[in-house]
Design a protein around this ligand. Sequence first.
Ligand code: NAD
Ligand code: UFG
Length: 337
Amino acid sequence: MILVTGGAGFIGSHTCVELLNSGYEVVVVDNLCNSHKTSLERVEKITGKKLSFEQADVRDAVALDGIFSKYHIDCVIHFAGLKAVGESVQKPLEYFDNNLNSSLVLCDVMKKHNVHNLVFSSSATVYSGDNKMPLKEDSKTGDCTNPYGWTKYMSEQIFKALCVADPQMSVVLLRYFNPIGAHESGLIGEDPRGIPNNLLPYVSQTAVGIREKVTVFGDDYPTPDGTGVRDYIHVVDLARAHICAVEYAEKHKGCDVFNIGTGRGTSVLEIIKAFSEASSINVPYQIGPRRPGDLPVCYADCSKAKNVLGFETKYDIKRMCADSWRWQKNNPKGYAK
Ligand code: NAD
Ligand code: UFG
């Protein structure tokens, strides 16, 4: 059985679909601080299979201990965490507490219950800003520009140190690039609280009429059209990467790290154009100033994931936008009807 922390969230819910479809049993632990239980009901609807749900905070050692006693856990996928870059600057202690203590408590309880396999949600944000593109797993890390980034960087250090101390441990660190899209059913997707910080939810909320227009953060970058370039990956592809990582964790010991992206960069204007085509709505936008801290270009070298995990993406930007739009159109207010 796979224990999925944060399984009710955006990436977690899509991963639960892939796990159930691959024949795994799943128990989700989530405190629902940034998600709705409805997402898990939708996962069951999509797959026609049941999962177990325990509403608990991963930092609650007593609750977690009880969950590890109740279920036979073979591997943990640890998604639970806070992820808003701007909020982490305003509330650093909340971010360090949630993201680091959840990892510490989880590892402690895993050790007590002899569970040795872990897949962790890391981020491209751990890379330093002065690297050459594409980013490789051995590109320079650190020099994070916000507390959220530091929590991912520090969590990676915790897992690496743990694997040195305990040779039975197997940890797979996945550094996600920019996950977008939604399940093709239109039943699950990204449901951000308040005004979205990320490009795709902002574009899709503009298309559906919740926001007036998209502000493009800068058109004077040294990129082909002057706007920022990112490596967008379909969330269903990203979810599939976790299946490869779970399989790898089973046969591998120690700590290993993989970029999970497509290896291709797409600009902000290309995204707005692709989304406009997918939705048949001309998404209005205006050019604004650069957002502090943004890199001009960020994309992955994905050869390690391909060669070692056997993972390759299937979906292009057109499909990512079409699936995002289906979710947004069918659920204009997200899970809260
Ligand atoms: P999300 O907010 O949709 O999902 C996170 C889930 O964790 C939520 O359901 C939330 O309720 C839960 N949670 C948070 N703290 C918890 C705690 N202490 N105990 C129990 N549950 C808790 O976010 P997501 O986009 O699905 O991201 C999943 C993971 O991937 C996060 O760790 C995030 O930092 C990482 N990540 C996300 C992105 C991205 O762009 N979405 C990029 C890189 C890395
Ligand atoms: N952008 C806009 N307008 C918006 C929002 C974003 O023009 O309203 C631009 C940004 O300037 C950037 C691109 O769209 O060029 C993508 O921005 P996102 O905020 O969607 O994504 P980022 O690459 O900035 O950040 C994401 C995650 C972070 C993570 C980082 C690196 O949100 O959590 O990738 O992995 F740290």
